[in-house]
Design a protein around this ligand. Structure first.
Ligand SMILES: NC(=O)C1=CN([C@@H]2O[C@H](COP(=O)(O)OP(=O)(O)OC[C@H]3O[C@@H](n4cnc5c(N)ncnc54)[C@H](OP(=O)(O)O)[C@@H]3O)[C@@H](O)[C@H]2O)C=CC1
Ligand SMILES: O=C1O[C@H](COP(=O)(O)O)[C@@H](O)[C@H](O)[C@H]1O
Length: 523
């Protein structure tokens, strides 16, 4: 069964309030690929208010006009609504540019003067959203300069949107947070984790808390294990400077992977209010079993890609990538077995894996249910597969349930079938659209609260310490594979295996009619 829900693109809710958006790093990669196209999509969807000013900030010598050309190019090249054929001048008139160096206080005085003049000219109420799409070293100094220059002393609300990474470990995250808190209150800080802006990650909450069919089964009595995969085909690209110090553990596990764990494992909130939801999420991290570096090596596998072939192209190994140190031990793959030691999840392993240069781009969550107490069909050729609930996050978006059913035309042969819902391609807004919109609206549900960040580091730090030890294995895996086979061990020790994800060659029931083809087959 495939359903195309003609749902509205964003929840109804009208337009964002009139405000000024300060986009620091307006000429950078993130701004061009994500933020400017997201603003354009919000404009096309009529989400942006009439009275709205964007002030792009960077060191490059641009005028308003040249910045507007850059905005248009970015929206055309990377935007979801690039061909919507709307009125470009009406969109671009919102954009202005101030050349400023985040290290120079006098530049902030100029920025403030320009902002005040634009706010007066456009009759804006003085609400200010500061987005720091800057290198992490600039986060704290820029926040300080915003405070010292008086830019934060505005008439309306002020909010700070801060990009990842939020620190390198718990200690540096605390230092960064302390610096931000000197200028902004916690409820004014919006820490981005773009996975929380993904349609299907947000949908986990609805699937769980709006469907009575799942709640009685959502626990260790019915669920055998949970598998979360986020695989990428891209390599380190031009980000070696950052990635060499981060690795897959800090780049993906500390934030995106743990966020997905929280969404799957949280208790129902008392109300659908942002703090109630975030309170429940953080309790998951409090129950997450922390490993010492000695224990970590039994539950965590790290790997690094070597040369291989992806989608018909030869690609080089990590150590040969530009900017990567010869003999680098940075991990590009992590698999881990986690335990959440609370009543609901005690004894249920959560397996995570994420890596670069893997065979396919896929983010998927598989909930594997326990086997039937007795297999009545054991002598009919084949083993009964477990029921699976699969949440497809990316690139396909949807959900399917794998069931066992009688093969049509046979007496007893059992085949796995999939009941499937697929979100129509291109209907979902980009993560950054949702998150920008939420920040404009003052909804921080899908941003990470400080206690989440801190506890996530507390879990990750001992694993990172284990990774610095020379005797911790770093398993090579060829680009284009599914990571080191050592990651299979984590599941095999518990009698499980990774389920194939979208894009992975899967055995299908070759004798069944088309609508009875299942995705993975439980044999
Ligand atoms: N790119 C991505 O896909 C992702 C990025 N991020 C995060 O987003 C942030 C930005 O990343 P990205 O866009 O890739 O970085 P880039 O290096 O591409 O862009 C940096 C931006 O900052 C500006 N900048 C640099 N130095 C200064 C300065 N002294 N004063 C004012 N502006 C300055 C640059 O313009 P100029 O040189 O003209 O000053 C440029 O606009 C980082 O924190 C990164 O970790 C997070 C997830 C994904
Ligand atoms: O934050 C990051 O995420 C991307 C993967 O995001 P996705 O939305 O494409 O799944 C990853 O490539 C990058 O290294 C990391 O910093």
């Amino acid at each position: 069964m495939s359903v195309d829900l003609q749902a509205p693109v964003l929840d109804p809710g009208g337009q964002a309030p009139a405000h000024t958006l300060f986009l620091f790093g307006a000429t950078g990669d993130l701004a061009q690929r994500k933020l400017l196209p997201a603003l354009h999509s919000l404009f096309v969807d009529k989400r942006l208010p009439e009275r709205f000013v964007v002030i792009g900030v960077a060191r490059a010598d641009l005028t308003d006009e040249t910045f507007r050309s850059l905005v248009r190019e970015a929206a055309l090249r990377f935007g979801r609504n690039a061909d919507a054929g709307e009125d470009w001048p009406a969109f671009l008139r919102h954009f202005h540019y101030v050349q400023a160096d985040a290290r120079r206080p006098e530049d902030f005085a100029r920025l403030r003067a320009r902002a005040e003049s634009l706010e007066t000219e456009h009759g804006l109420p003085g609400h200010r959203l500061f987005y720091l799409a800057l290198a992490p070293d600039f986060f704290a100094p820029t926040a300080r300069a915003l405070g010292e220059s008086g830019l934060t002393a505005c008439r309306g609300w002020r909010r700070l949107v801060i990009e990842k990474p939020f620190g390198h470990d718990q200690q540096s995250a605390i230092a960064l947070n302390d610096a931000l808190r000197k200028v902004f209150e916690e409820d004014e800080i919006y820490r981005i984790d773009h996975y929380l802006g993904k349609e299907m990650v947000q949908n986990i909450e609805v699937l769980r808390f709006a469907n009575s069919v799942f709640e009685p089964l959502w626990n260790n009595r019915a669920i055998a294990n949970v598998q979360i995969t986020s695989s990428e085909t891209v390599g380190v690209e031009n980000r070696a400077g950052y990635y060499e110090a981060a690795g897959a553990l800090r780049d993906m596990v500390q934030n995106h992977m743990l966020q997905m764990v929280m969404m799957v494992a949280m208790e129902p909130p008392s109300r659908l209010k942002m703090e109630a939801i975030r309170d429940e999420k953080v309790k998951v991290l409090r129950s997450l079993r922390r490993y010492s570096p000695e224990e970590a090596v039994h539950h965590v596998v790290r790997g690094q890609y070597t040369a291989g072939r992806i989608q018909g192209q030869d690609v080089s190994g990590y150590r040969e990538e530009p900017g990567v140190a010869a003999g680098s031990n940075t991990e590009t793959f992590v698999a881990a077995r986690l335990y959440i030691d609370n009543f609901r999840w005690a004894g249920v392993p959560f397996y995570l894996r994420t890596g670069k240069r893997m065979a396919a781009k896929a983010t998927e969550i598989v909930i594997q249910f326990r086997d039937m107490p007795k297999d009545l069909y054991f002598n009919t050729g084949g083993r009964l597969g477990p029921n699976l609930l699969v949440i497809r996050v990316n690139p396909q978006e949807g959900v399917y349930i794998q069931l066992n059913a009688k093969h049509p035309g046979t007496d007893e042969r059992i085949v796995p079938i999939a009941m499937e819902f697929s979100q129509a391609p291109d209907r979902s807004p980009e993560s950054y659209e949702r998150l920008l919109w939420d920040a404009m609206q003052g909804d921080s549900t899908f941003f990470t609260r400080w206690d989440e960040v801190s506890l996530a580091w507390k879990f990750v730090d001992p694993i990172a310490a284990a990774f610095t030890r020379p005797d911790t294995p770093l398993h090579p895996y060829p680009a284009g594979s599914w990571g080191p086979t050592a990651s299979d061990r984590l599941l095999a020790e518990d009698g499980f295996r990774w389920w194939p994800v979208q894009g992975q060659d899967t055995p299908v029931d070759e004798t069944g009619p088309e609508h009875h083809q299942a995705r993975p087959v439980g044999v």
